[in-house]
Design a protein around this ligand. Structure first.
Ligand code: MG
Length: 410
């Protein structure tokens, strides 16, 4: 028991890029506070309510040192549990408490976890480009700068535009404002394979390739794709099936050695544990705030280590820089680190709003070695970027359809 008490808990909601939720926990010691990521971009205001109206009264007066007890009690405080809203709310609190504990100890959080297994975390990125030429120039520039891991998802259409086997893009243009994007599974599979042929013939075998299916294919077509891609020696194939179709991974395992990454849609231990214990995946890539923060994520990493499953935490632009700083603590600590997704979170504006944002250079993400998570927030600047929810495109995930209008599950 320490002499510290939680004095206040609140959510800072800002939209310098995506909607970002960051929890700030203040203590009775002046200037001692912690930050944690509670970002659920598509439902940011609901998470704000869950923290400010429900967790805040529960937490004020508690000892911030008791992270485990606070996590466990928050997790069951609403009786029903393991959903994305409450998990994100708990994550914001949990990461902020680890931040405070590190500041009290004068150590980065990875030192509290047992120290570093590596100097920096290798990252993968999604190269952009308006056309194939620009895309290829960008990839070569990244290779020159030391980057080795590239994700093709969403860019396959660029390869097709200039291909002798040119077909329509994977996701065609909108047919109308109300009908969203049209997705053709068979066309998509052909396009993905051609994109891999093009990528390997252009950039060779020294780089590693990742592809994100985003769970859109019918399972039997996903199985076929995993087999067809085997000769291209992927680093991993991501999100091949929706969580509802987890059992199909057994067939993938029996029929191909294409490495499998899965997890960003998982909320619940019952979705996750069978995948690990039955060795149905190679990379665990849960969204750390989505499962409740660093406390459950480090336990999950330990479970994965026992089965030699590596980590690849979900890290796109809808993880706040605070969330990136938090998962970097695990990346540096756990032995079974695989890779870190380094989404487009490093704009100059984000670095200004979040001083201490982890640097990505030479293909790696680097920690700054400061106590706690090593990151702060400029609240005045953050307030200049209020979120626009619900007017923003929060329905985009629910509006990808087959040509006949049927919704496709992501
Ligand atoms: Mg994914």
């Amino acid at each position: 028991m320490s002499n510290l008490k939680i004095r206040d808990v609140r959510v800072i909601v800002t939209q310098p890029t995506a909607n970002l939720n960051v929890v700030k926990i203040e203590t009775n010691e002046p200037e001692l506070y912690g930050l944690g990521c509670a970002t659920f971009t598509q439902r940011a205001l609901v998470v704000e309510t869950a923290v400010n109206d429900y967790l805040r009264p529960f937490l004020i007066g508690k000892d911030p040192a008791d992270i485990e007890d606070i996590w466990q009690s928050c997790n069951v405080s609403a009786y029903w549990r393991n959903g994305p809203i409450l998990n994100n709310a708990i994550s914001g609190v949990d990461q902020a408490l680890w931040d405070i504990k590190g500041k009290v100890a004068g150590m980065p959080v990875y030192d509290l976890f047992g120290g570093k297994s590596r100097e920096a975390a290798a990252v993968y990125i999604v190269p952009g480009g308006n056309d194939l030429k620009e895309y290829e120039e960008n990839v070569w520039a990244f290779i020159e700068d030391g980057f080795r891991y590239f994700k093709l998802g969403g860019t396959d259409r660029l390869f097709l535009d200039d291909s002798p086997h040119s077909e329509k893009p994977v996701i065609t243009d909108k047919v109308s404002e109300s009908s969203g994007s049209i997705y053709d599974p068979a066309q998509s599979v052909r396009a993905i394979v051609r994109a891999f042929e093009h990528f390997r013939s252009t950039f060779g075998w020294e780089v590693d390739i990742i592809y994100d299916v985003h769970e859109r294919l019918p399972p039997i077509m996903g199985l076929g794709l995993a087999k067809e891609l085997e000769p291209f020696r992927l680093f991993f194939l991501e999100d091949l099936f929706a969580p509802e179709d987890n059992d199909y991974f057994r067939l993938v395992r029996e029929q191909t050695s294409t490495p499998i990454a899965m997890g960003e849609l998982y909320n619940n231990p019952h979705e996750i544990i069978p995948m690990v214990k039955d060795r149905l995946l190679d990379f665990m890539r849960v969204h750390v705030s989505q499962i409740g923060g660093l406390t459950p994520a480090r336990k999950l990493a330990a479970l994965c280590e026992a089965f030699n499953v590596r980590t690849a935490w979900h890290g796109p632009g809808d993880v706040s820089p605070v969330g990136h700083a938090a998962q970097l603590m695990l990346d540096l600590n756990v032995w079974n680190f695989g890779i870190q997704e380094a989404g487009p979170y490093q704009t100059d504006l984000l670095k200004e709003v979040f001083p201490g944002t982890p640097e990505v250079r030479n293909g790696y993400m680097w920690a700054n070695g400061k106590p706690g998570l090593g990151i702060d927030i400029d609240e005045e600047l953050a307030a200049k970027y209020p979120i626009t929810e619900p007017a923003s495109s929060n329905w985009s995930w629910g509006n990808v359809r087959l040509a006949d209008g049927t919704i496709i599950r992501p």
